[in-house]
Design a protein. Structure first.
Length: 233
């Protein structure tokens, strides 16, 4: 997670992201919103209201608007190795979160500092050999019983692979299948983790999206998330 690589695309991130997902018929806002909706719905079913939230690899802050709306009383921290991306996020959302730079290896917070950790399509930018170590760091800063939601692109979906190939800031990306990602989450110390596949239908077939809940275990959605819970002490 080299700062220079992310700083290079910080100013153009929104435009390049929008162009890469054009075939889906949706905007970056749609993809940011559905992720937070999924997180909020899962937590609501278990009665969890996180007080402290970590957005790991937050970039220019695309998730912050929906996150602030879903969790209005929570303290939110955006963490990223790109100073320029964080500067843009701060200008977009002044006073709505803490914006913290980190070195790409050690999260600069004490153990059990957060109740919820969230990573939106971050790990395909990170070298594979660093995944377990960074997830261990996320596990460390989570409180007992805290949740970690890790969203990723699904390499088994042809529209997803096309979008990644056509996006400049994904030039060095290495997509990870859901089972491998869940295994890495487990190897980092999370005893309970499951995969949910999402976004099966482009906007043209949006009327079919209510049926996606029946397809959650079918590994063909454009994206997926791994939901892991830190074991309670």
């Amino acid at each position: 997670m080299l700062q220079a690589e992310f700083d290079q695309f910080a100013q153009e991130y929104q435009q390049q992201h929008a162009a890469s997902i054009r075939l889906s018929g949706e905007t970056p806002d749609f993809f940011a919103q559905y992720k937070i909706d999924d997180v909020a719905a899962r937590l609501a079913r278990s009665g969890v209201k996180p007080r402290r939230i970590l957005d790991f690899g937050a970039g220019v802050g695309n998730s912050l608007g929906p996150m602030r709306a879903a969790f209005p009383d929570s303290e939110i921290t955006l963490l990223d190795p790109s100073s320029q991306s964080l500067d843009i996020a701060h200008k977009r959302f002044p006073g709505q979160a803490h914006f913290r730079h980190f070195d790409g290896e050690t999260i600069p917070y004490e153990d059990a500092s957060f109740d919820l950790a969230f990573a939106a399509c971050v790990f395909h930018h990170i070298p594979e050999n660093l995944h377990v170590g960074l997830i261990k760091e996320i596990e460390r800063v989570l409180a007992s019983g805290g949740s970690f939601f890790l969203f990723e692109h699904n390499p088994l979906n042809p529209l997803t692979t096309h979008a990644v190939r056509s996006c400049a800031f994904d030039e060095n990306a290495a997509l990870i299948n859901g089972r491998d990602m869940r295994a890495r989450v487990a190897a980092a110390g999370f005893s309970r983790a499951d995969i949910v596949y999402r976004i099966f239908f482009p906007r043209l077939f949006a009327r079919l999206r209510p049926f996606e809940r029946f397809l959650a275990t079918v590994p063909l959605g454009a994206q997926y998330f791994v939901h892991a819970v830190k074991p309670a002490v």
